[in-house]
Design a protein around this ligand. Structure first.
Ligand code: ATP
Ligand code: MG
Length: 496
């Protein structure tokens, strides 16, 4: 029996509906996907049979299988078990940790054990009796439909920006998995917000700690969590609001897909998952993503029948730099709840709802530096809302959307010298065929980042350099040209 056949035999625990919907969507638009160029270049480059790249469940193509086998060979994982979830962008599998001992090179992995599937009960027994560490393995799909949607998160994210890679699904997926790994690591190391511990990433395969409910099942999503009472709903709500602020202020990230589906309740604490799309506050759309996160969280908890806080006030709470820092215990949901409750008023009146509606329709920019040329007309027509007041001032000024005024930050004007206008650009230093490199990132206890083969320090250095370069380039991209800024300021002055 072929590997693919064996894999098809594995049953899928849940999300089956999602998968059917996904397939329907894929069928409907399959003819519109232009993948001829992609397969053509691949065929040209290699003499391998196209079947080598065929995927099982859109995920486990032979190459991915080889990575999994390599993980087993290196003793990172032992048994690779069943599928925990089949989602839009990735499948998540269960595996037991290996003994950490590399098999002699050339040892062929045992295909049987790679595809062996344990029942939940067997997993629970092995974990409790054998004391085995469990991992969740997230394998990103290389489907082009899904991949297309990712660009807006990676565009403008200078840590991962690599324009050429963005047109190559394989490279893109690698960036995506790496992005999730690095975001997880950043949050995990902060200690402020619970996330599964990241273990390793290689191409489209991410290994992390498995959050176990204790009986072989994964810990439940917030969406499926059986709350004890209203108090516990309220406490989880406040904790999640606090986590948004801590993620922003301490970890420097906006989740960008936060909802009851991407939060697990593990050992009575909320764990944030699915951070591949999370962006830094510098990302041009970070505030839009944050607003969306807040809306999702409020929508869910509002439906759960508790009092919620106004969206714009949560927004301000998350980004305010002048607000007192949280000084309680990160692990205490009581402390987190108190912190949130003492800073945020409950949403009560119709006026509050109206204000939130206006807030949802606002066009968010970070400041005048983030104003793009194409927005100039909208701005001058008065349709453009600059949230400078919201960004710059603190809670005392209790932001009301209706009171907003345009404000200009011209303090950096002198720094935008004439070089702004010459559009000079640095050379792009991008290497092709990157996806062929055997690069691993791992997190061990000393936070040592290991990289595969001979590229050990070179890669880290390259990445750091690229980040700095991209940051500069990104800044230039969104900088308003000096003459436009002048026009803009003059125009507003004359309006006053
Ligand atoms: N570390 C983990 N421990 C336990 N279960 C996990 C872990 N990571 C993910 N899961 C399970 O897998 C599901 C999907 O994970 P995730 O949200 O990261 O992937 P996804 O592809 O974005 O899924 P979707 O498209 O459905 O949002 C989660 O809802 C959760 O049930
Ligand atoms: Mg998810």
């Amino acid at each position: 029996m072929s590997v693919e056949e064996k894999f098809e035999k594995l049953s899928i625990d849940h999300h089956v509906k999602d998968d059917t919907a996904n397939n329907k969507l894929l069928d409907k638009y399959a003819h519109k996907i232009k993948n001829d160029q992609f397969s053509f270049s691949k065929v040209k480059k290699t003499t391998k049979d196209k079947a080598n790249r065929a995927t099982v469940e859109n995920v486990l193509d032979p190459r991915t299988m080889r990575f999994l086998q390599a993980l087993m060979n290196r003793g990172i994982i032992s048994d690779f078990n069943g599928c925990l979830s089949t989602g839009k962008e990735a499948n998540v599998y269960h595996a037991f940790a290996g003994d950490g001992v590399s098999r002699a090179s050339g040892t062929l992995p045992d295909e049987e054990s790679l595809l062996a599937r344990l029942t939940q009960e067997e997993r629970a027994v092995q974990a409790s009796v054998g004391g085995k560490k469990e991992y969740a393995i997230k394998i990103f799909k290389t489907s082009i439909l899904v991949f297309k949607d990712r660009e807006r998160y990676v565009d403008g994210e200078f840590r991962f920006r690599n324009s050429r890679s963005q047109h190559n699904p394989r490279k893109m997926i690698k960036i995506w998995a790496e992005k999730e790994f690095r975001n997880l690591k950043r949050i995990y190391q902060s200690g402020a917000v619970p996330v599964p511990k990241p273990v390793e990433v290689k191409n489209n395969v991410l290994v992390m700690e498995f959050l176990n409910r204790g009986d072989g099942f994964a810990s439940p999503r917030l969406r499926d969590y059986p709350y004890k009472d209203t108090d516990s709903i309220r406490q989880y709500y406040c904790t999640l609001v606090a986590y948004m602020r801590l993620m922003y202020q301490v970890c420097g990230l906006v989740h960008a897909d936060l909802s009851e589906y991407n939060v697990l309740v593990h050992n009575d604490r909320l764990y944030i998952i699915d951070v591949s799309q999370s962006v830094q506050p510098e990302h041009p759309m970070s505030l839009d993503f944050l607003r969306m996160d807040i809306k999702n969280v409020n929508l869910y908890f509002g439906k759960m029948g508790i009092d919620i806080f106004p969206e714009r006030i949560i927004f301000q709470f998350v980004i305010s730099e002048s607000l007192d820092k949280f000084e309680g215990d990160y692990k205490s949901s009581k402390d987190l709840t108190e912190y949130v409750e003492s800073n945020l008023p409950v949403k009560k009146t119709e006026q509050d709802e109206m204000e939130d509606e206006v807030f949802r329709s606002l066009y968010l920019v970070r400041n005048l530096e983030g104003l793009e040329e194409r927005d100039f007309d909208r701005f001058t027509e008065g349709k453009f809302d600059l949230l400078k007041s919201l960004l710059a001032h603190d809670m005392e000024k209790n932001f009301t959307a209706a009171e907003q005024q345009f404000e200009f930050d011209d303090e950096n004007d002198s720094s935008s010298g004439s070089q702004d206008d010459d559009g000079e650009d640095e050379d792009e230093e991008e290497s092709d065929g990157e996806d062929e490199e055997d690069v691993y990132y791992t997190t061990d206890d000393e936070d040592k980042v290991l990289k595969g083969k001979k590229y050990e320090d070179k890669d880290a250095k390259k990445l750091r350099k690229q980040e700095a370069k991209d940051a500069k380039r990104e800044k230039r991209k969104t900088k308003v040209k000096k003459h436009i800024k002048k026009k803009l300021v003059n125009k507003t002055k004359s309006k006053k």
